[in-house]
Design a protein around this ligand. Structure first.
Ligand SMILES: *Cc1c(COP(=O)(O)O)cnc(C)c1O
Length: 355
C-alpha cells in the first residue's frame, strides 16, 4: 500500500532527493567512494557545500552582506547561540509556543528577556496581535511557524528593532525578505534535509556587538570565517540539503512552494471545516500551511484511536497530534503532495460516512 507521510519531523522528502542521496552514499560522483567516507576538505565536498550555499542564496534571494552557514546542533543549539552572539542587555521574544519558550529560556542565561506577548493562556491557538516592541532591546525573536500548535506568521514583520527568526518548520516554503532579519535559523529536518544540519542565515555586520567571550564553536564569526568548515560539518545532511534545494529550484523555487503549500492547506482545511466529525484547533486567520491540527468534535471524541487506526490502515503515517494539543496533525512540508492531501481527505470522508 502507498504510504503518505504526514510526520512532523524528521519528515517527508521528495523521493528523488532520497534516491540521489542513496546514490551518493554508495558511490559519490563516480569516485568509487561514498560521500560518507571522503574528506570534508576534498574539492568534491567543497563543491557540494558551495552549491548548497549558492542555492540557498538564490532561492531565498539573500542580499549581499549575509552569510549562509551549515552547522550541527539543531535549532535547539541556536536558542543559545542567538543570545550568546546578539544579546547585550535585553531581548524581546514573542511567545507563540513550546519552541519559542525554549528559546526564551536560553536567552535568560544571557540577559533580560521581555515577553512582548503570549498566547500561552489559550494553549497557543493564535498568534498574538497588537503588541509593541520596546525600542531599547537588542533584538526581537519570533518563531514563524509553530510546529506543535499549527499557527504561522507568513509575513516578514516590520519592527523598529533587529529581527531574528526561528524558521525551522517553514523555511523555503515562501519567499522571505531576508533584509528585514539579522538572523534566520532552521533545523533542516522539516523543510530542507534530513536531521543533523541547521541552516543559519546571518547578517555579517550584526555580529561582534557583544563584549562577552564566546566559545569558538558557538561564535557565528568562526563559522562565517571558515565557511562552515571550522570542524567537520554534517556532510551527508548537507548533501541532502543541496539535493533538496536543486529539487525546489526545479519545481519553480520558493514561489512555487508557496503556491503548493496554499493549495495543500486549502484541501485539508476545507475538509476539516466541512466534515461533521472534526474541527480545527487554531484561529482561522493564523492557520499554518505546514502543520494542520484538528480534533474530533466533542460528541465523537471517543473515536480518536479508531480514526487513527483507520487512517493508518489507509496508508496515512504520522498524523497523531502532539501530546500538548491531542487529536491529529497533518504536516504538509515542501515535499508533501496534493495527492497525499487528497488521500487524507478521502479517508476523512470515508470515516465520516461510517458514523
Ligand atoms: C523542530 C523545531 C525545533 C527544534 O529543532 P531541533 O533541530 O530538533 O533542535 C525548533 N523550532 C521549531 C519551530 C521546530 O519546529
Amino acid at each position: 500500500m502507498k504510504k503518505y507521510n504526514f510526520t512532523a519531523g524528521p519528515c517527508i522528502l521528495d523521493r528523488s532527493v532520497i534516491e540521489n542521496t542513496a546514490k551518493a552514499i554508495l558511490d559519490f560522483n563516480g569516485m568509487g567512494l561514498s560521500i560518507a567516507e571522503i574528506s570534508h576538505r576534498s574539492k568534491e565536498f567543497q563543491a557540494v557545500i558551495d552549491e548548497a550555499e549558492a542555492l540557498a542564496k538564490e532561492l531565498l534571494d539573500i542580499p549581499e552582506g549575509y552569510s549562509v552557514l551549515f552547522l550541527g546542533g539543531g535549532a535547539s543549539l541556536e536558542f543559545c547561540m542567538i543570545p550568546y552572539n546578539f544579546l547585550v542587555k535585553k531581548a524581546a521574544y514573542l511567545n507563540t509556543g513550546v519552541w519559542a519558550k525554549k528559546a526564551m529560556k536560553e536567552a535568560k542565561l544571557f540577559g533580560e528577556v521581555v515577553e512582548v506577548a503570549s498566547s500561552a493562556d489559550a494553549n497557543y491557538t493564535f498568534i498574538p496581535k497588537g503588541w509593541t516592541v520596546p525600542t531599547d532591546v537588542d533584538y526581537l525573536h519570533i518563531t514563524t511557524n509553530n510546529t506543535i500548535y499549527g499557527t504561522e506568521i507568513r509575513e516578514d514583520l516590520d519592527v523598529p528593532v533587529r529581527l531574528i527568526a526561528d524558521m525551522s518548520s517553514d523555511i523555503f516554503s515562501r519567499p522571505i525578505d531576508v533584509s528585514k532579519y539579522d538572523a534566520i535559523y532552521a533545523g533542516a529536518q522539516k523543510n530542507l534535509s534530513m536531521a543533523g544540519v541547521t541552516i543559519v542565515i546571518v547578517k555579517n555586520d550584526a555580529l561582534g556587538r557583544v563584549e562577552r567571550q564566546i566559545p569558538t564553536m558557538l561564535d557565528y564569526r568562526t563559522h562565517v570565517e571558515k565557511g562552515s568548515m571550522f570542524n567537520t560539518p554534517p556532510v551527508v545532511p548537507i548533501y541532502t540539503a543541496m539535493e533538496n534545494m536543486r529539487w525546489i529550484k526545479a519545481q519553480g523555487g520558493v514561489k512555487a512552494m508557496q503556491k503548493l503549500a496554499k493549495q495543500r492547506a486549502e484541501i485539508v482545511y476545507n475538509e476539516i471545516d466541512r466534515n461533521k466529525l472534526f474541527h480545527g484547533t487554531v484561529e482561522t486567520e493564523d492557520r499554518s500551511y505546514m502543520n494542520i491540527c484538528f480534533v474530533l468534535n466533542d460528541e465523537y471524541k471517543e473515536l480518536e484511536k479508531d480514526f487513527f487506526d483507520f487512517a493508518t490502515s489507509k496508508g496515512m503515517v504520522g498524523i497523531k497530534g502532539h501530546r500538548s494539543v491531542g487529536g491529529f496533525r497533518a504536516s504538509c512540508y515542501n515535499a508533501q503532495t496534493i495527492e497525499g492531501c487528497e488521500a487524507l481527505v478521502a479517508c476523512m470522508k470515508e470515516y465520516e460516512a461510517k458514523h
